[in-house]
Design a protein around this ligand. Sequence first.
Ligand SMILES: [Fe+2]
Ligand SMILES: [Fe+2]
Length: 396
Amino acid sequence: MKIAIMGGTFDPIHMGHLVTAEAVRHEFDIDEVLFVPTGNPPHKASMGITSAEHRYLMTVLATAANAHFNVSRIEIDREGTTYTVDTIKELSRMYGPDTQLYFITGADAVHEILNWKNSEELLQLCTFVAVTRPGYQKQQLLNHIENLRAQFHSSIKFLEVPALAISSSDIRKRVKEDSPIKYLVTSAVENYISKHNLYRHPVSFNQELVSKMSHYVKERLSQGRYEHTKGVVEMAIELANCYNVDTDKVFIAALFHDLAKEIPVEESLKLCKEYSVEIDQFEREHPHLIHGKLGACLLERDWGVTDSTILNSVRYHTVGRTHMTDIEKIIYLADMVERGRKPYPALEQIRRLAKHDLNKAMYTALSKSKEYVKSRGQEMHPITDVLLEEYKTYDI
Ligand SMILES: [Fe+2]
Ligand SMILES: [Fe+2]
């Protein structure tokens, strides 16, 4: 028996995967192609990956019509991080010594293979089939394969598959933008995506993760602050749609923006010290401003978020900074004009401007805040004047 293993997140499985599997089967006279969807990575890294059950079921639907295709739950049912070598070993035990295993993988993975866990052992356990789309730096890959063969006496094959130009991330993007995905995925998968409303607004994370994140934030905020946060999320997503900004990122930034707001001052200062969060003199004197920087730090620490656009939006939502990105402006403004804000003189004006011109809204927001703070005999962070200068051409 010859069995080819095709691993992947399959988020979602598309025609490129199916064509590849069939091409490998034909080329190497394979009896069965076993699709192995990856499990969901634990807690931290799982952001952005649709739940394993959805991915598994779509893979089953897509492969059902081919008698030579099968799907395994082996990685989905395993807890914790999954390594390819463990999967191959387990499958090799299951199928016994008379079965020859092939492992289908992308060309990029072949370049990476030496960084994998127990790569040497892995290279002995099965025959690798490196698949690429046409036009990939073929010679470079072939040289690399030659080296691996010579070094590890491994068996690595190579196959070009035109349909590999299709990608799962492109399909997710198309669904989100309401573009057709017909003929890019099987019709069963297309129907499944639409029935379960996958990859759509507001976020492509699975519901389980969204409720986990919301629960985490809710536990750390008073009821009033949590209501405010929900208002900021709603407003920020609305603005993100006006400016074609990534709603997933905006969602996370808005949800976590006030995460550190209710940590007592003393503890905030202690945490800043512990995590080397730099705070300036003004912030030291006005410690309620620290929660932006500290919140970003906690978001990175507790959720493994490393995306700088998300972290900076949280970090600078309190007083802003020079050269803010659109997502930073969106969080800054949504915070000021969310639906639950108590009315203040410029509220409606800033809310309206925010939907039409972020820079005009920034100028008005900054100048009105300055006026207000001054009228109460208080001081603004020195950055405010620098920002007013930056946005002065947007004075309306
Ligand atoms: Fe805040
Ligand atoms: Fe806020």
